[in-house]
Design a protein around this ligand. Structure first.
Ligand code: SPD
Length: 360
């Protein structure tokens, strides 16, 4: 098995025969138990090339350009929807996915808003976007009653001014940070109205000076090592940071909270590019992932919920019993979803984000 981080797949001088033996998967970083990759190769006899990315925008650029060379990719729902419209994916062949019977109708009903009939994709994982904290450090700085689970922690300049001393990371994900800022001020987080979207800018600009870095994966180790004390990031990644800190026995206590004001709920979907070199192998990989025990092994490792009902009996209590991963009814009611921005609105948001990141 070959795995690389954000590798380029520019050169494919492979023969048709070689391609048929090889499946190329492009997934998010820190999103699988690598033992599963080895198991896939052993069980199927196929060679797996497994590359990783950490941004929907990076994946989208490849998907819209075409010829990515991948057999499976994993966009989030809103990005998937836009890429389906652009013709980037091929329909799944249900006859090659017998394990699809394990899928969870509750999740399928939600992902249909991005992929009607779930014709092009299966859910891999889903989660929320929220606040990771180094509990001890944040309480030392803001006091015992620090708003650990509130957007006040990250969007109130007085708090952020103090927290900058111990380090704050934000996601470099405009389609998540802008909705969060809108939610904070009581606007519709899924607004596509440029006048409403513009209201997010002063909120983000107001705390921008105190953000050390905008990045989508470095915060896991940074939180775990105690190098930063706050990250606005993805649920399972922050829970992985919690575990890494506990394993290191370094005295760092990491906690994740979906913001009490409301959190984004998102779905990462596995899909087969229209020009995938090995669609047959892609279906073999999807069917392997859809196996209940394999899917449970993945969730148990990465602390994200999955869309596989049959896997639930194999999930450890730390996962199935944690409402930060499998939300209870009350938590679910406090989650929102978003829809893709039309191209003109997307350009406005991208411009705003460039300004925010540069701080000018
Ligand atoms: N380390 C894996 C992170 C997966 C995050 N998925 C992105 C969700 C975007 N809405």
């Amino acid at each position: 098995m070959k795995t690389t981080l954000l590798s380029s797949v520019a050169a494919f001088a492979l023969t048709g025969a070689a391609l048929a033996d090889e499946v190329r998967v492009y997934n998010w970083s820190d999103y699988i138990d690598e033992d599963l990759l080895t198991k896939f190769e052993e069980e199927t006899g196929l060679d797996l090339v497994y590359d990783v990315f950490d941004s929907n925008e990076v994946l989208e650029t490849k998907m819209l350009a075409g010829s990515s060379g991948y057999d499976i990719v994993v966009p989030s729902g809103t990005f998937l929807q836009r890429q389906i419209s652009a013709g980037a994916f091929q329909k799944l062949d249900a006859s090659k996915l017998p394990n699809a019977e394990n899928l969870w109708d509750v999740v399928e009903a939600r992902t249909m808003q991005y992929d009607p009939d779930n014709a092009y994709s299966i859910n891999y994982m889903w989660g929320t976007t929220g606040i990771g904290v180094n509990v001890g450090k944040v309480q030392e700085i803001l006091g015992e009653d620090a708003p650990l689970g509130s957007l006040d922690l990250v969007f109130k300049p007085e708090n952020m001014e103090k927290l900058q001393a111990c380090g704050v990371h934000f996601l470099d994900a405009p389609t998540e940070m802008v909705p969060a800022a809108l939610q904070y001020i009581g606007e519709d987080p899924d607004s596509h109205d440029p006048d409403v979207l513009a209201k997010a800018e002063p909120i983000l600009m107001g705390v921008r000076p105190y953000v050390q870095k905008f990045h989508n994966s470095e915060y896991i180790n940074a939180l775990a090592n105690g190098d930063i004390c706050v990250a606005f990031g993805w649920s399972g990644d922050i829970l992985q940071a919690r575990d890494r800190a506990a394993e290191a026995e370094n005295g760092v206590e990491v906690a994740y909270n979906a913001p009490s004001e409301g959190a984004l709920m998102w779905f990462d979907q596995m899909a087969i590019p229209a020009d995938a070199p090995n669609p047959e192998g892609a279906h073999v990989f999807l069917n392997f992932i859809l196996d209940a025990q394999n899917m449970a092994q993945a969730s148990n490792y990465v602390y994200y919920a999955n869309g596989n009902a049959a896997s639930q009996e194999f999930l450890v209590e730390d996962v199935i019993g944690d409402p930060a991963i499998y939300p209870d009814e009350a938590t679910l009611e406090n989650l929102y979803t978003t829809t893709p921005y039309p191209a003109r609105v997307q350009r406005t948001v991208t411009r705003m984000w460039t300004k925010i990141k540069s701080g000018t």
